[in-house]
Structure formats: structure tokens, C-alpha cells
Design a protein around this ligand. Structure first.
Ligand code: PLP
Length: 458
């Protein structure tokens, strides 16, 4: 009885403190709204990294004085910052952000309306998928291989992947495309308020997945001047006690960059020092032209999650099959997300993936290199600056500043779909991504139209 009373007294205090917190948070929101109005009037950007950093430092110092765990304090702060930003952005016109997928949808609609289109926007190799898939699919039907499977994939496929990538089977999860492996890794390992470090220009899905869990994306901006090598000092500065993960994507979409192993070594040592996960999206690993691509697993860091896919390697985008490799504890977490979301990848598709592995990817890489060389030589003629890609399926040339969306729209009218640079990060409005997933003849026609639109505008 006496103990109940003791608890009740404390509970009453908890209620009162909670009410104070809510009222204070609302006060903070009101202040943020007022700041937002002033910024809007004066045309100042909503996000201010410097001010954010000052608040972060203040919170770290206050939390340490108060005896609060710094990562928890920063997670709380991040939730407040996210909310303030959205309050401040409410009254503004949303910046136009078009991703390659948005352009792809537009181009598809224009095609459906009868317009001819050259698709240089989408990273979907036009090669035929391995023919062995046809036999495998029909066998699957005959043998009734069309049931639910283990969430992490059929043993035969996991065995084959384990052999290919020199790992044990308990480190593998077969996913519906590399995209879902990225999603399940991010949503299972990050909590609201955590931070994720992304090197831009970047495939937009990493930030989208972080947004989905309420995590904050911190960005290291790489540039053409630095040959797309990220500034590791900047990367280190961005890391806080709330940071959980660094995302790498090499060969890179959209630049085609592959980092040297000494740079990866440094990134891993930063990750190790800060106990961070490294999500390495290697869906373009086979498309490495001048050098062998050294995947992150070879570096032996135990908090690595490697993502791979059948989409690009075997031109199997529509089959939706990929995989993740990580230590068993991480795979278990990813498996939970997958079990909730999809039960398993379709059984016939898993056998199709196995058949594709048996057959191999033929000359896909050699052909892609020829196409990339062709695009590069045409871009040189057009005097557009770019860094020659080490791999992947794309070239990311520079165009005039803030012109990506206009150029992309103008080219859509002319029957060429391109990916705007700003879809890979706000700072890349002076770039476009050209995908080399078409035969040289088609690429030539597309590039000719690009050249003529650029000539017409300058
Ligand atoms: N990762 C990157 C960097 C990509 O560019 C893409 C697709 O374009 C994917 C992952 C997803 O590929 P998948 O088809 O395996 O989901």
C-alpha cells in the first residue's frame, strides 16, 4: 500500500514533467514557425547546417552535464529538428525535385500517347536475360515449385550465392531486388532520430528509407573537381553519437566512380572508431571496367551489410531478385522486416536466379564498357565536362548551372528521356545522368538530340 503511494507520487511527477515537455516543445515549434516566416520573407534557405551544428554541440554539452546518454539526446534533437524544418517549409513552395523514376514515368506516358522515346534515364540494361530462365520457369511450373519458401531464401540459391561470394549461408538473405535489401537494412538498424551518412550524388532511395524510419540523412557532397572522391574529413565531422550508418555505393550511381581501396580503408576505420554500420550497395559490382572492383566484404569489417542484385548483372530488373550479406545477427533483423513485408521472394523467381547464375552474364560487361566509351567520346565532342566512369551504367556530365530540369523537359519534348542531376542531390542541378543501357546506335541518336538542344540554348 505504502509502496503504491510512493509510485503514485512519482507517477504524478512524471505526468507533470511530460506535460512540461509537451508545452516546451510546442513553444519551440512556435519559435521555429516565426523563424520560418522571416526566412521565407528574406529568401533564406530553411536548412542551415551551421546553426544545426551549434545546437547539436549545445545539446551534447547539456546532456553530458545532466547525465543523459548523448545518442539519446541527439535522437530527441533530431526529431525536433525534422519537425521544425517541416514547419518552416510549410509556407514555402516545394523545391522541384524530379528523380529519374519521375522522368521515366513521364516518358512512359508519352510513349503510351504515341510519342517515340529514347530512354537514357533509366538504369535498366536492354540485354536479354539469361535464356536458361525460360526452362527454369517452365520446370518450376511442372514441379510445382511455386510455394512460400524460407523468408531468407531457398537453401539452393543461398548455397550458390555463398559459394560465389565466399561466405557462409547464414550470412545471406535473398530479397525482392537490391532495393528491398537496402530498405530492410536501414529500417531494421536505424531508429527514429538516428543519423545516416550518405555521399552525394546518390541514388535517392537511401534518404527515402531513412525518412521512412524518421532518421536524419547527413550528406557529404562529392564533386566533379575532386573526381567524385568524398572529403573524408567532412565525413568524419558529420558523425555524431546519433549516427548509426554510412552508406557507400561503388561502382556509383550516377557517377560510375570506384573508390581506391586506401580510401575505403579510411572509411572503414572511421566506421570502426564510431561503431557504425557500413551499408555497401554493390548492385553494379560486375560493371567495373578498368580495375577489379574490391567489394566491402573483402575488407573484413563485421558491421558491413553488402547489397547485391540480379537486376543489373543479368539484366533481370523485372524479376525482382537480389540479396544482402551481413553477419547473422544483422541478417536476423533484416529477415524480420522481410517476413512482415513479403513472407518470401517468389519461389519460381529464386530458381530463375539460380539458373541465371549457372549460365552467367556473357558479354554484358564488355558491351556496357563499349557503350560507356562511346558516350564519353560524344560528350568530349560536345565539350561537356565529366569524369570517365570506372564502372556502372552511367555518365554524369556537367551542364549549365540550375538547368537540369529545363534541359530534361526540353529533351522530353524532343523524344529523349534523361535523369536530372538534382534527383541525386540538391547540389547537382548542373548535371544530368546519361544511362548507357541502349545499343550504340540509339545512344548516338539520343546524344545527337542532346547536342542540338544544348547548341540551341547557348
Ligand atoms: N542500388 C542502386 C544504386 C541502384 O541504382 C538500383 C537501381 O537502379 C538499385 C540499388 C536497385 O536495384 P534492384 O533492381 O535490385 O532493386
Amino acid at each position: 500500500m505504502e509502496r503504491d503511494q510512493e509510485i503514485n507520487v512519482l507517477r504524478e511527477q512524471v505526468r507533470s514533467v511530460t506535460a512540461d515537455i509537451i508545452r516546451d516543445v510546442q513553444k519551440r515549434m512556435e519559435l521555429a514557425r516565426q523563424i520560418g516566416e522571416i526566412k521565407s520573407r528574406k529568401g533564406i534557405e530553411v536548412k542551415d547546417e551551421k546553426v544545426e551544428q551549434e545546437i547539436r554541440n549545445m545539446v551534447l554539452s547539456v546532456s553530458s552535464q545532466a547525465g543523459m546518454k548523448p545518442d539519446f539526446a541527439l535522437r530527441l534533437l533530431n526529431i525536433l529538428l525534422e519537425e521544425s524544418e517541416s514547419v518552416q517549409a510549410e509556407s514555402r513552395q516545394k523545391p522541384q525535385r524530379q528523380t529519374h523514376l519521375g522522368i521515366f514515368m513521364k516518358a512512359k506516358q508519352m510513349e503510351a500517347d504515341g510519342k517515340e522515346m529514347i530512354h537514357l534515364e533509366v538504369g535498366e540494361p536492354d540485354f536479354p536475360a539469361p535464356s536458361a530462365i525460360a526452362t527454369s520457369l517452365s520446370e518450376s511450373f511442372k514441379l510445382k515449385r511455386y510455394h512460400y519458401t524460407e523468408t531468407r531464401g531457398i537453401p539452393k540459391l543461398r548455397e550458390a550465392i555463398a559459394k560465389r561470394d565466399s561466405v557462409t549461408e547464414d550470412r545471406i538473405i535473398v530479397t525482392p531486388g537490391g532495393r528491398f535489401a537496402v530498405f530492410s537494412a536501414i529500417v531494421s538498424l536505424l531508429k527514429p532520430g538516428n543519423e545516416l551518412v550518405v555521399i552525394e550524388p546518390a541514388w535517392p532511395a537511401y534518404k527515402e528509407c531513412a525518412d521512412f524510419v524518421g532518421a536524419r540523412t547527413r550528406v557529404v557532397k562529392a564533386s566533379l573537381e575532386d573526381n567524385w572522391v568524398p572529403d573524408l574529413k567532412r565525413l568524419e565531422e558529420l558523425i555524431s553519437p546519433a549516427t548509426q550508418m554510412i552508406v557507400l555505393n561503388y561502382p556509383n550511381n550516377p557517377t560510375g566512380k570506384i573508390l581506391e581501396s586506401k580510401t575505403i580503408d579510411k572509411i572503414i576505420s572511421i566506421a570502426k572508431d564510431n561503431h557504425l554500420y557500413v551499408l555497401s550497395d554493390e548492385v553494379y559490382a560486375d560493371y567495373a571496367f578498368e580495375m577489379r572492383f574490391q567489394g566491402l566484404l573483402e575488407f573484413g569489417y563485421d558491421k558491413t551489410i553488402m547489397v547485391s542484385s540480379f537486376s543489373k548483372r543479368y539484366a533481370m530488373t523485372g524479376f525482382r531478385v537480389g540479396y544482402g550479406i551481413a553477419k547473422p545477427e544483422i541478417i536476423k533483423q533484416m529477415n524480420k522486416v522481410q517476413a512482415v513485408g513479403i513472407t518470401s521472394v517468389a519461389e519460381p523467381i529464386q530458381y530463375a536466379a539460380l539458373a541465371a547464375m549457372d549460365q552467367g552474364h556473357g558479354d554484358n560487361v564488355k558491351i556496357m564498357k563499349e557503350r560507356i566509351d562511346f558516350v564519353c567520346s560524344r560528350l568530349k565532342d560536345m565539350a561537356l565536362p565529366f569524369a570517365k566512369p570506372d564502372g556502372a551504367l552511367y555518365v554524369f556530365p556537367r551542364i549549365a548551372r540550375h538547368e537540369d530540369l529545363e534541359l530534361v523537359d526540353r529533351l522530353l519534348e524532343k523524344g529523349v528521356a534523361l535523369a536530372p542531376g538534382s534527383g541525386f542531390g540538391d547540389s547537382y542541378t548542373n548535371h544530368v545522368r546519361i544511362s548507357a543501357c541502349q545499343p550504340v546506335e540509339t545512344l548516338g541518336k539520343g546524344l545527337e538530340k542532346i547536342a542540338s538542344v544544348i547548341r540551341e540554348r547557348s
